[in-house]
Design a protein around this ligand. Structure first.
Ligand code: RTP
Ligand code: MG
Length: 137
């Protein structure tokens, strides 16, 4: 079933010049398409909404600070099983546990600076797309 997901290339990915590499892996999957894409420095209020499930956790404050530390790429990707699919391309949250071949496994070492965010369910995708692309339909 075709669906949409929110993908963020985090500030570490942008700083390290990995926009093309990561976007290419997503874009080259059969029948997936980038429907919106923008370089954007995320403000605190957007990040507080986006990461509301993590408020109060020890990693929350440093996470928000890191995510606001420079531009991210924000994008909407559409396609067959794309929500599950981009999570699979990204790999597990901890890059050291992520297998080679996954984005985090190939490029990451630090849990916080793990290069990419992708919505984790249809409900999350709907909620997050509204936060980042309120006018997109
Ligand atoms: P994301 O939401 O960014 O796609 O990542 P995720 O589902 O794999 O991970 P989640 O548990 O939702 O955590 C959100 C982001 O917080 C940072 N994090 N740091 N122990 C730590 O220092 C820690 N744990 C999580 C990561 O940037 C993670 O992607
Ligand atoms: Mg998450």
């Amino acid at each position: 079933m075709s669906e949409r997901t929110l993908v963020l290339l985090k500030p570490d990915a942008v700083r390290r010049g990995l926009i093309g590499e990561i976007t290419g892996r997503i874009e080259s999957k059969a029948d997936w398409a980038v429907r919106a894409l923008e370089l954007r420095t995320l403000d605190r209020s957007t990040l507080e909404q986006h990461y509301s499930e993590h408020v109060g956790k020890p990693f929350y404050e440093p996470l928000v600070e890191f995510m606001a530390s420079g531009p991210s790429v924000v994008m909407v990707v559409e396609g067959e099983r794309v929500i599950e699919g981009v999570r699979a391309l990204a790999g597990p949250t901890d890059p050291i546990a992520a297998p080679p071949g996954s984005i985090r496994g190939d490029f990451g070492t630090i849990v916080r600076e793990n290069l990419i965010h992708a919505s984790d369910s249809a409900e999350s995708a709907e909620r997050e797309l509204k936060i980042f692309f309120p006018d997109f339909s």
